[in-house]
Design a protein around this ligand. Structure first.
Ligand code: NAD
Length: 254
């Protein structure tokens, strides 16, 4: 079965690099019209845009933690393209923190930053995109969460909590919005080979991380992209609310 997204309008946050870039490329290869959101990295966003097959793609600047910018981004996309069929909430940050060496002030800022990018930003963007999807007759929203939501993140507790929150948000929205033909999916990768993890994977912790999987490696961004496209394709409506693991059997749950 060939998956294709001809004429579908797809908005991907944090699309300038990493997993977002891989998702953007795969959607474009499958006929989609791709809008990549970027925050600061215009140069990288333009590189991604140049690499996309097909035509009609665009890059839109927006800090997803700013509700005004989020609203303007959605208005701009709707104005230019008329609809959003698929939203991928991919943008996120991973920050480690050592409680023993952290002042209260720093701790609070770390939580505020992580939760606003990884959870509140996607929730606000979802609100605005859902308004548009209700008008156009429906759509699909895929949230990129993390294995850390289940496994615990002792070095990055705000990250784990924010991703668990995003999983729960997906499930709640799946129930609330199915009557509008709006379907929600969460994709929960373990470690993936991107700029976010380069330092950790190249450090002395790298081998132990790879050994968490019986495949003795971490995921490639293209593997996360592949699953995202499967979920976004037709025929997955009854899977709404699901959370799909991409962790090479490094953490199994049932
Ligand atoms: P990355 O750091 O390469 O990309 C993250 C993107 O998010 C960047 O383009 C960045 O500019 C963007 N971003 C950050 N803050 C933003 C903001 N305020 N507004 C708009 N964009 C913003 O990381 P990645 O590895 O490609 O991760 C993509 C997603 O996958 C993230 O949500 C991450 O938590 C998740 N994830 C990654 C891994 C991994 O091991 N790499 C594992 C599990 C989940």
């Amino acid at each position: 079965m060939e998956i294709e997204f001809k004429e579908k309008v797809i908005l991907i946050t944090g699309g300038s690099r990493g997993i977002g870039r891989a998702i953007a490329k795969k959607f474009a290869d499958s006929g989609g019209i791709v809008i990549i959101n970027f925050n600061t990295n215009k140069e990288e966003a333009e590189i991604t845009l140049d690499e996309l097959n097909g035509s009609g793609h665009n890059a839109v600047k927006c800090d997803i933690t700013d509700p005004v910018q989020v609203e303007k981004m959605v208005e701009r996309v709707i104005h230019e393209y008329g609809r959003i069929d698929i939203l991928v909430n991919n943008a996120g940050i991973y920050e480690e923190i050592d409680m023993d060496k952290t002042e209260y002030e720093e701790w609070m800022e770390h939580w505020e930053r992580t939760v606003s990018i990884n959870l509140i930003g996607p929730a606000n963007l979802t609100f605005k995109v859902v308004e548009a999807m209700k008008t156009s007759g429906g759509g699909k929203i895929i949230n990129i969460t993390s294995r850390g939501a289940f496994r615990g993140e002792p070095d990055a507790p705000a990250y784990g909590a924010s991703k668990a929150g995003l999983n729960s948000f997906s499930q709640s929205m799946a129930k609330a919005l199915a009557p509008y033909n709006i379907y929600f999916y969460a994709v929960a990768p373990g470690y993936v080979e991107t700029d976010m993890t380069t330092e950790i994977l190249n450090s002395e912790r790298g081998d132990a991380i790879r050994a968490q999987s019986p495949l003795n490696r971490v995921a490639l961004p293209e593997e996360v992209a592949h699953t995202t496209l499967l979920l976004a394709s037709g025929g997955t409506e009854f899977m709404t609310g699901t959370i799909v693991d991409i962790n090479g059997a490094s953490y199994l749950r049932s």
